[in-house]
Design a protein around this ligand. Structure first.
Ligand code: NAI
Ligand code: PYR
Length: 371
């Protein structure tokens, strides 16, 4: 199969969708891989390493897209890439379509077969979202601490406090992969950490591991209000797979928070879980709301691309190999996890929550595969 790896074009997106190890494995199995020149440089992977692994290098993004049957990307196509999408091509990448009608429309009108990393589900887990949720979760207290500094608009609170002065209160809403990783780093910084989730079994697990060092609360609008009003830093880390994130912190609640508090909305790629959240970029990551600082970057792992590229491709490669070796139909027929990843095909939406989010007709994957 002809496989293409274009350079990412989203703001400060320095990850790349395949490493030389992945290229080597694909080529060893008889596939050809076209990597856009410089695609790995943001992650400090030189072109020469791709060449040595058996890739062909191409200057032109247009050619990489036009000549490939399977396109491997990290982030959803942005507007300047829409004209390159085409029917008969398979796109494997993060999509987060429930939060983007323009991208959904672009995929549908091109008729492309799009498989989203974030909706691939295996045994109740999200194996292709998890590595980047680990990264974003671990980054969240770091960017939160940076923005809590007075010079950056925050309250001027040190997460760990010092002897005689209490630590910052960090509240994490959502105790899944990103939330738990955020809470772990926040505990490591010495902060006073509370984690809220609707899943009591998840809270049991967290409590058993942290033995009270992380406080747990069942998430309701009442407990969220209590925790948020007391917080210096709030981290939003909820997910309902495929769907738009629920709004859990209102504008009115933010108005009553401590001045200079910081809110990091990791869930922004699914639309965000704070009412005032809107996507920001690494160039201009924050904005003020009632004296609080909002950080809503949709590609947080892009800021640590070396770690993130290897973590992401460790997880994606087994699925890439199935798509390349078997073709997308057989790969999906043989792997229920990949089946849940299909979001669009031949102009139809094949993911239920995405169809609901945009009020579009829904075609079940089984119907697509039976055709
Ligand atoms: N901004 C960025 O750069 C990145 C964003 N993400 C996003 O972070 C979000 C979270 O992802 P994961 O941690 O992997 O999801 P996950 O599925 O591991 O965890 C989500 C948790 O939210 C909980 N939850 C759902 N509704 C809730 C509510 N009302 N109150 C409290 N908890 C609730 C669930 O029970 C679950 O434990 C996703 O939107 C994901 O796409 C992930 C990586 C990078
Ligand atoms: C999960 C995601 O969208 C990201 O890592 O950028």
């Amino acid at each position: 199969m002809k496989i293409g790896v274009p350079t990412e074009v989203k703001n400060h997106e320095n990850r790349v969708a395949a490493t030389p190890a992945g290229v080597h494995e694909l080529v060893r199995r008889g596939h050809s891989v076209s990597v856009q020149k410089g695609a790995g440089l943001g992650s400090h992977i030189p072109d020469e390493e791709y060449l040595a692994a058996g890739a062909e290098l191409d200057e032109s993004a247009d050619r990489v897209w036009a000549e490939s049957e399977l396109i491997l990307k990290v982030k959803e196509p942005v507007a300047e890439e829409y004209h390159r999408l085409r029917e008969g091509q398979v796109l494997f990448t993060y999509l987060h379509l429930a939060a983007s009608r323009p991208c959904t429309d672009a995929l549908l009108s091109a008729g492309i077969t799009a498989i989203a990393y974030e909706t691939v589900q295996a045994g109740g887990t999200l194996p292709l979202l998890a590595p980047m949720s680990e990264v974003a979760g671990r980054l969240a207290p770091q960017v939160g601490a940076y923005n809590l500094m007075r010079v950056n608009g925050g309250r001027g609170v040190l997460p760990g406090g010092v002897p005689g002065v209490p630590p910052a209160k960090i509240v994490v809403i959502g105790g899944g992969v990103s939330g738990f990783n955020a809470a772990q780093v926040a505990v490591g910084m010495g902060a006073d950490v509370t984690i809220l989730d609707v899943n009591i079994d998840r809270l049991r697990y967290i409590d058993a591991i942290y033995q009270g060092r992380m406080k747990t609360m069942v998430s309701t609008s009442y407990t969220i209000e209590q925790a948020v009003l007391d917080a210096d830093l709030v981290i939003g880390a909820v997910l309902i797979p495929g769907a738009k994130a629920p709004t859990l912190v209102s504008n009115e609640l933010v108005a009553r928070m401590k001045p200079g508090a910081v809110l990091v909305d990791i869930a922004i790629d699914q639309g965000g879980c704070f009412e005032d959240s809107h996507p920001t970029t690494h160039d201009q990551p924050t904005f003020p709301v009632h004296g609080a600082v909002f950080y809503c970057v949709g590609n947080m792992p892009g800021s640590v691309p070396n770690t993130s590229t290897y973590a992401l491709t460790n997880a994606t490669l087994p699925y890439v190999l199935k798509l390349a070796d078997q073709g997308w139909q057989n790969a999906l027929l043989g792997d229920p996890a990949l089946r849940t990843g299909l979001n669009t095909h031949a102009g139809t939406v094949t993911n239920g929550p995405v169809a609901v989010a945009h009020k579009l007709p829904f075609t079940p994957v089984d119907v697509v595969l039976a055709a």
